[in-house]
Design a protein around this ligand. Structure first.
Ligand code: F6P
Length: 325
C-alpha cells in the first residue's frame, strides 16, 4: 500500500488555493504517494470527510478561485476532543503526512495538534489574501486580492473625478494593512489608513487641504477594514465634519476581493510552494510553514510564523505621502 499525503484548506479561502492543491496532488503522485483530499478544513478532518484524489481530479482548476476542497474555520478543532477526533480520522485512513493551506489560525491549530500528536508530520502553505504571515514575502492570494482592489479603485477614480468627490474605499484586512497599502501605492491614493500605524486625522485633513488648494478635483483614501478609526463609513462620517469641500462617498469592497481567477503570480507561487512542500515532507520535514523570501523557498516553524506579523514596509507608507502631493 502506498503512503498517503493529506491536503486541506483552512481559514478564509484565497485565490490560488486550487493551484496549490493541484501541485500537492501531482507532486505526491510523482513521488509515489497517494494524495488524499480533506474537505472543509479541520472540520472535515474531525468528521471524516476524506477522499483520494487523482491527477485528473485536479484538472482544470489552476485558474479557478475558491478551493475545490472547501475551506472554513473550526471551533471544534480548538478543543482537545475535536483534535482527538481529527487524529482518529487520520489514523483510520492511514494518513500521517499532511499539508495545510491557510493562515495564522490554521498554523496555530497545527502547532497544538503536533504537540499533542508528534507522530504526525505536518507542513503548511501560506494561503491568505492578507499577506500577514511572518516567514514569507508573499502569501498565496494576496497578489490577486490587490489586483482586484486596484481595478475597483481605478473605476472609482473615474467617477470620483467626474463628480468631484472624495471616496473612502475599504479593503479587507482585519489585522493587517497590506492590501490597503499596496492598493494605495498602485492607485495613487491621497492617503491610506492601516492598523499597523496610528491614524492621524489632522494629517489626512492637511493632505486633503493641500490637494484642494492646488485644484485637485477629487481624492481617494484607502481604509483597511481593521484600522482603529473604523471602516470607510465611520471615517467618511468623521471627515465630512472636518473637510466639507468635497462630497464624500464610501465603498466597501468586501469579499469580492477573495473571488475570481488567481493572477499568474499567485498561480506560480502556489505551484512552487505546493510542490516543494511535498518534497520536504518526503525528506522528513514537519512543523513548519513554507514561504518565499528573496525568491528562495524557506521553512519557518509554525510557532514563529504565527508569533509576529510581517512588518509593513515604511518606504511604501512614505511613498503614499510623497506621491500624493
Ligand atoms: O483572512 C482573510 C480575510 O479575508 C480577512 O481579510 C477578513 O478580515 C476576513 O478574512 C473575513 O472573514 P470572513 O470571510 O469570515 O468574513
Amino acid at each position: 500500500m502506498k503512503e498517503r499525503i493529506g491536503v486541506l484548506c483552512s481559514g478564509g479561502d484565497a485565490p490560488g488555493m486550487n493551484a496549490a492543491i493541484r501541485a500537492v496532488v501531482r507532486t505526491a503522485l510523482y513521488l509515489g504517494y497517494e494524495p488524499i483530499g480533506i474537505y472543509r478544513g479541520y472540520e472535515g478532518l474531525i468528521s471524516g470527510q476524506v477522499t483520494p484524489l487523482s491527477a485528473s481530479s485536479v484538472s482544470g482548476i489552476i485558474h479557478r478561485g475558491g478551493t475545490i476542497l472547501g475551506a472554513g474555520r473550526s471551533p471544534r478543532f480548538l478543543t482537545p476532543e475535536g483534535r482527538k477526533a481529527a487524529y482518529e480520522t487520520l489514523q483510520k485512513h492511514n494518513i500521517q503526512k499532511i499539508i495545510l493551506i491557510g493562515g495564522d489560525g490554521t498554523f496555530k491549530g497545527a502547532k497544538v495538534f503536533l504537540d499533542e500528536y508528534p507522530d504526525l508530520q505536518i507542513l503548511g502553505l501560506p494561503g491568505t489574501i492578507d499577506n500577514d504571515l511572518y516567514g514569507t514575502d508573499l502569501t498565496i492570494g494576496f497578489d490577486t486580492a490587490v489586483n482586484i482592489a486596484v481595478e475597483a479603485v481605478d473605476r472609482l477614480r473615474d467617477t470620483a473625478a467626474a463628480m468631484g468627490r472624495l471616496f473612502l474605499v475599504e479593503v479587507m484586512g482585519r489585522d493587517s494593512g497590506f492590501i490597503a497599502l499596496y492598493t494605495a501605492v498602485a492607485c495613487g491614493a491621497e492617503a491610506v489608513l492601516i492598523p499597523e500605524t496610528p491614524t492621524d486625522f489632522e494629517a489626512i485633513v492637511r493632505v486633503l487641504e493641500r490637494g484642494w488648494q492646488r485644484q485637485k478635483t477629487s481624492a481617494i483614501i484607502i481604509v483597511a477594514e481593521g484600522d482603529e478609526a473604523g471602516g470607510a463609513l465611520q471615517v467618511a462620517a468623521q471627515l465630512e465634519q472636518r473637510f466639507p469641500h468635497y462630497e464624500i462617498r464610501a465603498t466597501v469592497l468586501g469579499h469580492i476581493q477573495r473571488g475570481g481567477n488567481p493572477t499568474a503570480t499567485d498561480r506560480i507561487l502556489a505551484s512552487k510552494l505546493g510542490a516543494v512542500a511535498v518534497e520536504r515532507l518526503h525528506e522528513g520535514a514537519s512543523g513548519a510553514m513554507l514561504g518565499v523570501q528573496n525568491g528562495e523557498v524557506v521553512l519557518t516553524p509554525f510557532f514563529r510564523a504565527v508569533k509576529a506579523h510581517q512588518p509593513v514596509n515604511p518606504l511604501l507608507l512614505k511613498l503614499v505621502e510623497i506621491l500624493s502631493l
